[in-house]
Ligand binder design. Structure first.
Ligand SMILES: [Fe+2]
Length: 243
């Protein structure tokens, strides 16, 4: 399995504070059945990690995983917050962002937690990214109060071609009943979804398999298979050597 949203790099953002904790998280993920992780440290207004910052940390962690005999591949990535769509577009064009797998296929995008910073041109932004041949994956909208209160804001993003990442902990109720209900409702009504853990450390990590088990139990095997298939599509795309 691939986890495409995981703050596993040690000491770079609000993820693990030490290498030992990263390795512990890595072992937990492997035991859960995860074989590939895209490391997605924050790229927002206060922690603004770009590909030049991230790539050496990913290489160093893979070295440590190999030395420790942990069978896990960590690919580069980042959770890029759109706190200002003009700045986002400029940095995107400068190619300084670290998209998933350091490829130009999928990018993990987060909207601000403040409704006031939700860009008026968000739909155009999704279309703009799609026009560049990439699929934006919107991180955990079920956790954003303004999306829950105004689901009409989310639908046009999906219609414009965004995929939606639902966090396993939301489905398990660890972010409260509202996030759980919204996540479940989205999975019931939309195909364009993908599960990820958004793990930050051993205290904030439930694994991926409990998410698929939850979906299987509540929404059925077909839905769980569909979600796993979409994630696998990302995994294969990121691991296939570029032509
Ligand atoms: Fe995250």
């Amino acid at each position: 399995m691939i986890d495409l949203h995981c703050h596993i790099l040690p000491g770079v953002d609000d993820g693990p504070t030490s290498l030992a904790e990263s390795l512990k998280l890595a072992r937990f993920c492997v035991a859960d059945g995860i074989t590939v992780i895209t490391a997605t440290p924050h790229c927002h207004s206060s922690i603004h990690l770009l590909r030049a910052d991230i790539l050496p940390h990913v290489a160093a962690l893979n070295q440590e995983l190999q030395s420790a005999g942990i069978p896990l591949t960590v690919l580069p990535g980042s959770e890029i917050q759109v706190f200002d769509s003009t700045i986002y577009r400029r940095e995107f064009e400068e190619d300084v962002f670290c998209h998933l797998g350091d490829r130009h296929t999928f990018t993990l995008m987060e909207f601000s937690w403040q409704e006031a910073l939700f860009p008026a041109d968000s739909v155009e932004l999704i279309e703009w990214i799609r026009d560049r041949g990439m699929t934006p994956i919107v991180a955990h909208p079920e956790r954003h109060v303004f999306f829950r209160e105004q689901p009409a804001l989310l639908q046009p993003l999906v219609d414009a071609g965004a995929w939606i990442q639902i966090t396993v902990d939301s489905l398990l109720g660890n972010f409260g009943p509202e996030a759980k209900a919204f996540g479940e409702q989205f999975l019931r009504t939309h195909r364009e979804a993908i599960l990820a853990t958004d793990s930050h450390n051993m205290k904030r990590c439930s694994g991926l398999s409990p998410g698929y088990a939850w979906v299987q139990k509540h929404l059925g095997s077909d839905r769980a298979r569909d979600l796993a298939g979409r994630a696998d599509q990302v995994r294969i795309s990121l691991l296939t050597p570029p032509v």
